[in-house]
Each structure stands twice: as C-alpha cells, then as structure tokens.
Ligand binder design. Structure first.
Ligand SMILES: NC(=O)c1ccc[n+]([C@@H]2O[C@H](COP(=O)([O-])OP(=O)(O)OC[C@H]3O[C@@H](n4cnc5c(N)ncnc54)[C@H](OP(=O)(O)O)[C@@H]3O)[C@@H](O)[C@H]2O)c1
Length: 303
C-alpha cells in the first residue's frame, strides 16, 4: 500500500487531499499541528521543526500560512517562517522522496496583461507577503526537483477564506466590486486534490491548475451568493477609487498590525483584472479538471 504524507491536512485543501488519498486506497499520514480528517497524525510545526516523513512514499505539501497581513506585522514574519523556512525543513526531511508542493497563482507578477498565463509568466513584483513567501518557498521546491502546482482562488464546500470574505462584504443587499466584470480562473478544491494525487509522476516543474474554463467574475460571484441564500446586487466601484481606498486602508492598518485591512492592493488586483491560467501543461500530462462552479452550487443548494 502506498503511504502519502499530507501536510496542511487540517486545512481546507489538505483535508480534501487526505480524504481523496484514503478513498484511493492509500495509507495517509497527516503531518501538522492538528490531525487531519483521516489517517495517522504526525505532529509538526512548520515554523519550528523538521517533520518526520518516515514511511512516506509521496509527500503532498499543502501547509501554508495564508492571508494578506499588514506589512511589517508579526503575521508577515510568521508567514516567512512557515512558507519559506518550513519548506526548507520539509524538503530536508523528504530526502529525495517525490514531493508535490502546492503553490499559488499569487506568485505571478501582477502585470497588466494576464489573459492567458502560462507557467513561464514572470514570478516577481508581489503585492503582499503571501505572494512573496509562496514564490520563495516554491523556488526552493523547484530547485529540489518537486512538482509545483499553481491553483488560483480555490473554492468548495467548507472554504474558510474566499466565500466568507465575500459574504462579509455584502452591505444592505449590495456587494461592491472594483471595476467592471473580468474573466477569472478559479480552481475547484476537488480539482486541486485530484491534481495533487496525480502529479507525483509528472516531470518536475510548475503546473497551473484550474477549472476547464474561466468564469465571468460578476456572474460567478452572483451564483455563489445565490447558492448561499444571500440576495445581493453587485455594484462597481471605479478602479482608481478602489485603489485609493485600498492604499488608505493599508496605511491605516499599520496602526493595528494584528488585524488584516478590510481592503488591500492585492485584493483589488486579484478582483479587477482578467487572470486566466493556461492549464495545457497539466492537461498534456493526461490531467483533466472534472469539477466546475456548477457542481459547487448544486452541492450548496442540496444541503
Ligand atoms: N484557498 C485558496 O484559495 C488557495 C489558492 C491558491 C493556493 N492555495 C494554497 O493551498 C494550500 C492550502 O491552503 P488552504 O486554503 O487549505 O489554507 P488553510 O485552510 O488555511 O490551511 C492551511 C494549512 O496549513 C497548516 N499550517 C499553517 N501553519 C502551519 C505551521 N506552522 N505548521 C504546520 N502546519 C501549518 C494549517 O494547520 P493548522 O490547522 O495547524 O493551522 C492548515 O492545515 C496553501 O499552500 C495555499 O497557499 C490556496
């Protein structure tokens, strides 16, 4: 029986990877501070120690500090300790075992033109510590010969990040978004979990992972709100205004470094520009994304 070590298995994506691995007949080691949904718990704090990966045939690294912390805050330093130093510790322990390292499309440079991003798009110019530390972590993983997956905006039942943030922004039946609608790649958590378990045999390197086709931002968000039973209209803040509001919020947030600002330059960038991932490199390895936003809506509506 194959044994798969999954880090971050107590989190949103890692728990899906662990469950999918167990469903495929693997023995699962959930390596992290808290247990995962299945398998054996191997305690590990990525910010402090080298993990015990003994017995693992494959390592899927989903653990990360995620968020959009205030520059110079303790959360920003913690992010480096987990996403960069923790990766170095993980790679040391992996000692040549195959590693699938879950990165993010946030590593890509926030260029004006992102309507078809291949894996050769520049990795630089990050707007926050998340992008910066994920890029630094993945460069260690790439140098060690890992397969690096770059999903974008992972959604699904139980998502603790994107949808709760959107829902919290609805005020008096109105959700204001920066600029007019754009086309965005999104990644169903089921598609990411499937890629994590399929990619171990792919040639080392980076691979974009997303749903088969991009979505119109406003249509997709409207559908998600409705599936959550939230009645809200979508309004548009002119982009220059959104940028000023975000810059002001980030400046004021420096006074309260333990709280994330309500709007950031990164959030505006991610929502206001077309960002479409070209997934042909993963598809050329025989991978196909089987899930779409429609499946998520159906799952929510049938609860
Ligand atoms: N969600 C998205 O939209 C998205 C998009 C692109 C890429 N990704 C990538 O997908 C991966 C998983 O993200 P997610 O959405 O599942 O985030 P999540 O729900 O916040 O889960 C993060 C996981 O990392 C673990 N972790 C954090 N700090 C740790 C530490 N010091 N030591 C050990 N484990 C630690 C957490 O463990 P605890 O339970 O102990 O906190 C948790 O299991 C990350 O690599 C992220 O960069 C996510």
């Amino acid at each position: 029986m194959t044994t798969i070590a999954v880090t971050g298995a107590s989190g949103f994506c890692g728990s899906r990877v662990a469950t999918a691995a167990a469903a495929r007949g693997a023995a699962v080691h959930c390596v992290g501070r808290r247990p995962g949904p299945v398998g054996r718990h191997i305690p590990w704090d990525a910010a402090r120690e080298v993990p015990d990966l003994s017995g693992a045939d494959l390592v899927v690294h989903c653990a990360a500090a995620v968020g959009d912390p205030v520059p110079g805050s303790p959360a920003e330093a913690a992010m480096h300790a987990v996403n960069v130093d923790g990766t170095a510790r993980l790679l040391e322990a992996a000692a040549g075992r195959p590693v699938v390292w879950v990165s993010s499309a946030s590593v890509y440079a926030p260029a004006a033109e992102r309507s078809r991003i291949t894996e050769d798009h520049p990795v630089r110019g990050h707007l926050n510590a998340y992008g910066r530390t994920k890029a630094a972590g993945e460069s260690l993983a790439l140098a060690a010969g890992a397969v690096v997956l770059r999903p974008r905006a992972v959604y699904g039942v139980g998502d603790p990040h994107l949808v709760p943030r959107l829902l919290s922004r609805v005020r008096r039946g109105l959700l204001m978004l920066p600029g007019p609608s754009v086309r965005l790649s999104l990644t169903a958590v089921e598609n990411l979990a499937d890629a994590c378990l399929t990619a171990a045999d792919w040639p080392p390197g980076a691979y974009n992972i997303a749903d088969p086709t991009p979505y119109e931002r406003d249509e997709a968000i409207g559908a998600v709100l409705r599936a959550h039973g939230v009645r809200a209209r979508i309004g548009h803040v002119p982009l220059p205004v959104a940028r000023i509001v975000a810059a002001t919020a980030q400046t004021l947030a420096r006074l309260r470094p333990h709280a994330e600002p309500p709007l950031t330059r990164y959030a505006v960038d991610q929502l206001a520009h077309s960002v479409v991932l070209d997934v042909s490199r993963a598809v050329s390895q025989g991978w196909a994304a089987g899930h779409t936003l429609k499946d998520y809506e159906t799952a929510l509506l049938s609860r």
